[in-house]
Design a protein around this ligand. Structure first.
Ligand SMILES: C[S@@+](CC[C@H](N)C(=O)[O-])C[C@H]1O[C@@H](n2cnc3c(N)ncnc32)[C@H](O)[C@@H]1O
Length: 280
């Protein structure tokens, strides 16, 4: 079972949007990256595997932790996102970018001390097969640390644009959130057995509240939401006339204005931070 649908998605519309909005997305999601890196406790000389590394923000930060004696391998299914990551990493040498499906890639030579991921592991057709395969790249007792979105209801970044788009454009077909996608790991009760079946041990999950901040005005952030996330999916689905698109942007901007604080537009988030070890 491969991940062709995800490869297509991340190599076209989604990948292009993440590249165009890379600095804004990295600003918004920075607290999640800080959390992953803090929990992963990387140290000088570590060899790290970054799964679903996308445009490379986490590789850049992991390289600072592991220093010149360490090494970071980023694996991603999207060539365009990796091409972009490569341009951001041009001052570093101790990294490798693999354009591969992490569920299927034949890890022959990799022997890494730690696996990290910010939102890069919830898109596999077969989670157990993917983590069994990833385990082959790890040394015994290597630590896996990855962040996934907690319940949709606790993440206004998704739930509010979805409900506003629903109000302005109409309701979208229901999506099974257990399928590959941002909320595939929202339930630890469902996810932990899948990881156990992959042979991982000492699995923990912490539900961590975070505050995320938008770097720009309510209007700019509303436009960003029309390119990434549920409002963007609704626009792709309904292909509305121009005036309805404008109504959607204004409704999103109005909600975002109500989230303005002295620190900027503030969105609460709930992250599931998973950790596990490869069995000895
Ligand atoms: C939500 S983005 C996160 C990107 C990056 N980790 C970040 O936080 O900026 C999800 C990433 O997972 C990658 N991805 C999805 N399925 C994959 C697979 N089977 N193997 C490798 N990467 C995959 C996508 O191409 C995309 O770059």
């Amino acid at each position: 079972m491969n991940n062709a649908v995800q490869e297509e998605f991340w190599s076209t519309s989604a990948g292009r949007s993440w590249i165009a909005l890379q600095s804004e997305m990295d600003f918004i999601l920075r607290p999640v990256l800080d959390l992953v890196l803090q929990k992963a406790c990387l140290s000088d000389g570590d060899r790290v595997l970054d799964v679903g590394c996308g445009t490379g923000a986490s590789i850049l930060e992991a390289l600072k932790k592991v220093g010149n004696n360490g090494h970071v391998t980023g694996i991603d299914i999207s060539q365009i996102m990796l091409d972009y990551a490569k341009t951001r990493l041009k001052k570093s040498s101790n990294f490798l970018l693999l354009k591969e499906d992490a569920q299927l890639y034949d890890f022959k030579y990799e022997r890494v001390d730690a696996l990290i991921s910010r939102f890069g592991v919830m898109f596999f057709q077969n989670t157990t097969a993917a983590f069994s395969n990833l385990s082959r790249a790890l040394v015994p007792e290597a630590l896996l640390t990855f962040a996934a979105w907690g319940p949709a209801s606790q993440n206004p970044f998704f739930i509010q644009p979805a409900s506003i788009a629903n109000h302005v454009l109409g309701s979208m077909p229901k999506v099974d959130r257990n399928l590959p996608g941002p909320f595939a790991f929202e339930s630890p009760e469902r996810t932990i057995p899948l990881l156990e079946a992959a042979g991982l041990q000492d699995i923990t999950v912490e539900s961590i509240p975070l505050l995320l901040y938008a770097p720009e005005s309510a209007m700019k952030t509303a436009e960003l939401m029309c390119n990434i996330g549920p409002a963007s999916s609704a626009l792709i689905y309904f292909k509305p006339i121009y005036s309805d698109r404008v109504r959607l942007i204004s409704a999103l901007a109005e909600w975002l204005q109500s989230c303005e604080t002295s620190k900027g537009i503030e969105l609460s988030a709930q992250i599931n931070l998973y950790q596990a070890k490869k069995a000895y």
